[in-house]
Write a protein that binds this ligand. Structure first.
Ligand code: PLP
Length: 386
């Protein structure tokens, strides 16, 4: 089904930060399949883990104990300071689990119509509940009736949360991205997320962070909330967790971690030996190579370079980033730049019509990071809106 309009290029293989197409052209990958292949392509340790596990055991179902799932859960909860995990196959499913925990938590407190605060311009997935939580009409249009039980607030606005609290006694949680990825790297004020934590404590709400795009080192910390001094009640992961092998995770802490009981939720594939073995190898490779700190340094390097080259460009409105989540915002729609980038040998993404979004791999060398700066500067220099 034509759910996408793909660009006319077919990649045949990759190595590290590079991709090759059917015509033999070579591209620097500054997108990572949307923040997925953080360790680049054909990473030896990841390929070996996948092949080795494929020869041992792929799947048995959650009707039986899965040792690799327990190992991965222990590793992830230790890194995040959380208590337990539900494993899924995608980001949307991880958010579905989070939404279900919040609703059940509400029912356990005697709230019969539990509601969750979500924000404008957010993205949480394409299933019915997650598209209803998403703050983008284009994602929702045609799929009404939407799932109810979501209350919308402007992003980066603390007062709005107090206002909702004062007139809606059914709120049980806030679901928010630490920075908004799909809508073009919208970075909130430093005080926003800590304030949400305080408000959640004050009203007894669960704080749910969607770290599907920001997690696994990309922001310069293992998880973006670790730039601050708090822990959420629930955090969702997916994208880079399996470096391309589908896996999602919903981590929880405290009461949220004790909400699901046997029978409340389930999945056939989620947390199978192949996905968990791969994710364990991903975490090991990130740790072994110090890639969380590298992401921070590389992000600063690319951001500084882009600002030097492009700050005074007449069509550049803003250049911003946190770790390896970077956007160059232009003053007009620039969709054609995705193809023009390919023409000059780099893969980028255009988000929210006028933002060049960069989500490059954490394994970039300094030279490759500088090459991204050069190529994106070239791309922007040639931009001539009609
Ligand atoms: C990609 C993404 C999702 C959805 O993940 P899927 O694996 O595509 O279902 C949800 N939230 C955020 C912040 C994302 O970036």
């Amino acid at each position: 089904m034509r759910t996408y309009s793909p660009l006319p290029v077919t990649f045949t293989h990759g190595s590290g930060c590079w991709l090759w197409d059917t015509k033999g052209n070579k591209y620097l990958d500054a997108l990572c399949g949307i923040a997925v292949t953080g360790l680049g392509h054909a990473h030896p340790a990841i390929s070996e883990a996948i092949c080795g596990q494929a020869k041992r055991l792929l799947h048995t179902s959650n009707l039986f104990e899965i040792d690799l799932q327990k190992q991965l859960a222990e590793k992830l909860t230790a890194l995040a300071g959380m208590d337990n995990v539900f494993f899924s196959n995608s980001g949307a499913e991880a958010n579905e689990a989070a939404i279900k925990i919040a609703r059940l938590h509400g029912h356990n407190k005697g709230i019969k119509q539990p509601a969750i605060i979500v924000t404008e311009n957010s993205f949480h997935g394409r299933t019915l509940a997650t598209l209803s939580a998403t703050g983008n009409r284009k994602v929702q249009a045609g799929f009404e009736p939407l799932v109810t039980g979501f209350s919308r607030a402007p992003y980066n606005n603390v007062d709005a949360l107090h206002t909702i609290a004062s007139h809606d006694k059914n709120i049980v949680a806030v679901l928010v991205e630490p920075l908004q990825g799909e809508s073009g790297i919208n970075i909130p004020d430093e005080t926003y997320l800590p304030a949400i934590r305080e408000i959640c404590n004050e009203y007894g709400w669960l704080m749910i962070l969607d770290e599907i795009q920001t997690g696994m080192g990309r922001s310069g910390k293992w998880f973006a909330f670790q730039h601050y001094n708090f822990t959420p009640d629930i955090m969702t992961l997916a994208k880079a967790l399996g470096n391309g092998v589908p896996i999602g995770a919903c981590l929880a802490k405290g009461e949220a971690a004790r909400t699901f009981q046997p029978g409340n939720h389930g999945t056939t594939f989620g947390g199978n030996p192949l996905a968990c073995r791969t994710a364990l190898a991903v975490i090991e490779a990130i740790e072994h190579n110090g890639l969380v700190e590298r992401a921070r340094l590389l992000g600063n390097r690319i951001l500084t370079g882009l600002k030097q080259n492009l700050s005074s460009h007449p069509h550049v409105k803003d250049i911003r980033g946190k770790g390896l989540l970077i956007a160059v915002e232009l003053d007009s729609p620039c969709k054609e730049l995705a193809q023009r980038a390919l023409d000059i040998g780099i893969v980028v993404n255009i988000a929210n019509e006028n933002r060049i979004r960069l989500l490059p791999p954490l394994i970039l060398s300094d030279d490759e990071a500088d090459m991204i700066v050069t190529k994106v500067s070239e791309l922007v220099s040639g931009f001539n809106p009609k």
